[in-house]
Write a protein of this length. Structure first.
Length: 305
């Protein structure tokens, strides 16, 4: 290409000439612009020409300027790189060159959607079944454990009830024993011994039996202790009778006998006109008047000061 430069016909062309000179030299203007407007115009053209490699579409100049612009932008077809092989820059293919056929895309194998959609309900059902089995096993274990705990608590409750009843019975026996001891050891207590006796002067059925009746000074509270009585026959109990004025009889209650242990019975009340006491063997539950054999009898009421 010739290096001769012809004088531009207008300021626009002069600005283009200056921009081309800057691009050819790689920076810097050969001679300063005449004024500020020319310098601004030249700078704008340099910026415009610098953006051409980025696919901007500038206004087409005259053919000579176009050739100089392309030469400044593209340079030589080969660029020497020290220590490496020269890179060959091929110009773009002309419009008459046969285009290469496009490379078809390689299909990527994808799993069938229908099969995948059919598998997930089975997996979900299997998971739910496993969860149900595990939950059922845990619930069965808990029910069994709770049943064992309930059985143990019921046993402990029965034992506690039995112990409570025994404690109440022991407290009642202790209270009765304390009251009876206070009665026996009190002043002005009346004592009546009971001896074995048979009905209508018959031999006594239990000759080794004996008892003592203690009556408080108020003639109400009494306590009877009996020893030597035999075990009651089936369906029978011993019953206490108080004899009053005019051969009247009043029941003082029934009691059973434990072999080898003393038998005791007491009450806070008794008939005021009592003059004797006896014990007979009667049907279980007691009777309104004596029907069974006479076992013990006493009528010697003695007051102890």
């Amino acid at each position: 290409m010739s290096d001769e430069r012809r004088e531009p016909a207008d300021p626009e062309s002069a600005a283009v000439e200056r921009a081309l000179a800057v691009l050819e030299r790689g920076g810097g203007m050969a001679e300063p612009p005449a004024d500020e407007a020319e310098a601004t115009l030249a700078r704008l053209h340099v910026e415009t020409l610098g953006l051409l490699p980025y696919a901007l579409e500038p206004v087409a100049p005259n053919p000579e300027l176009k050739e100089r612009i392309l030469h400044a932008i593209l340079g030589d077809e080969t660029i020497a790189v020290p220590g490496q092989a020269q890179a060959i820059v091929r110009p773009p293919a002309s419009s008459g060159e046969r285009p290469r056929p496009p490379i078809p895309p390689v299909p990527f194998p994808m799993p069938p959607v229908a099969a995948r959609s059919r598998r997930w309900p089975l997996a979900l059902a299997a998971s739910l079944a496993a969860l149900f089995v595990a939950t059922s096993g845990w619930l069965a274990y808990r029910v069994s454990d709770l049943g064992s705990q309930v059985g143990r608590l019921r046993t402990e409750l029965r034992q506690a009830q039995v112990a409570q009843a025994e404690a109440a019975s022991a407290r009642a026996a202790l209270t009765s024993a304390r009251d009876n001891l206070a009665l026996v050891s009190s002043k002005a207590v009346i004592v009546c011994p009971l001896r074995p006796m048979g009905k209508d002067d018959a031999p006594p059925p239990q000759p080794n039996a004996f008892g003592v009746l203690f009556v408080a000074a108020d003639h109400q509270h009494w306590y009877l202790s009996v020893r030597g009585l035999g075990k009651c026959p089936e369906g029978r109990v011993y019953q206490v009778w108080f004899h009053g004025q005019g051969d009247t009889l009043a029941s003082g209650g029934t009691f059973d006998v434990t072999p080898g242990a003393p038998s005791e019975i007491s009450s806070p009340t008794m008939p005021a006109d009592t003059r004797a006491v006896s014990v007979t063997l009667e049907p279980r539950g007691g009777v309104a008047s004596p029907t069974g054999p006479l076992v013990l009898h006493g009528e010697e009421l003695t007051q102890i000061l």
